[in-house]
Design a protein around this ligand. Structure first.
Ligand code: ADP
Length: 173
């Protein structure tokens, strides 16, 4: 195996339904072939544990990211490949993560809002449009796309495999 055992955080940012979890799981599966310590941190799951009690105000969203980043940083230092799937809507905060986490790859999981809304994997866009859910990213809360991501995955026009391979190339596997 050529890969050096150096930890890295692969941070997948994008709208709800853009494909972060789908791609994250596929990366995890692929990397399991490389005898590498891999862990997936999924924002939706962490909101029930590490980030329980946090809402969707700007300050709660920031706190959510701070907690996840702290965990990702520790695991990265321990040599893990950490795959983080979280909307992380604020550009300035993502810029801070790049300084904080020693080895960091920013992946913009990009599909147009209309496509994410059409997919509506969790039925949340419908609820956001009807006003049942407030402060939903892309509808009535901002998403600030990366200006210069390390990798951009256009999930509306490329396959999951293509996206995964683009990310693996950055890992020099
Ligand atoms: P997120 O984690 O960003 O909220 P999910 O991964 O839960 O998004 O949902 C993305 C949806 O889009 C899934 O139903 C997935 O099957 C679908 N999809 C279609 N094409 C792609 C692609 N190329 N990459 C990732 N997901 C895709």
């Amino acid at each position: 195996m050529k890969y050096q055992h150096r930890g890295v955080t692969i941070w997948l940012t994008g709208l709800s339904g853009a494909g972060k979890t789908t791609i994250g799981k596929a990366i995890e599966k692929e990397l399991s072939n490389y005898n590498q310590k891999v862990t997936l941190l999924d924002g939706d799951i962490l909101r029930q544990t590490l980030c329980k009690g946090l809402g969707f105000s700007k300050s709660d969203r920031e706190e959510n990211i701070l907690r996840i980043a702290s965990l990702a940083d520790s695991l990265t230092s321990e040599g893990y490949i950490v795959v983080v799937c979280v909307i992380s809507p604020y550009r300035a905060q993502r810029e801070i993560l790049k300084q904080q986490i020693k080895n960091f790859i920013e992946v913009y999981v990009n599909a147009p809002l209309a496509v994410c809304e059409e997919r509506d994997v969790k039925g949340l866009y419908k609820k956001a449009r009807s006003g049942e859910i407030k402060n939903f990213t892309g509808i009535d809360d901002p998403y600030e796309p990366p200006l210069n991501p390390d990798v951009e995955c256009r999930t509306d026009c490329e396959s999951v495999n293509e996206s995964v391979n683009k990310i693996l190339v950055k890992l020099h596997i």
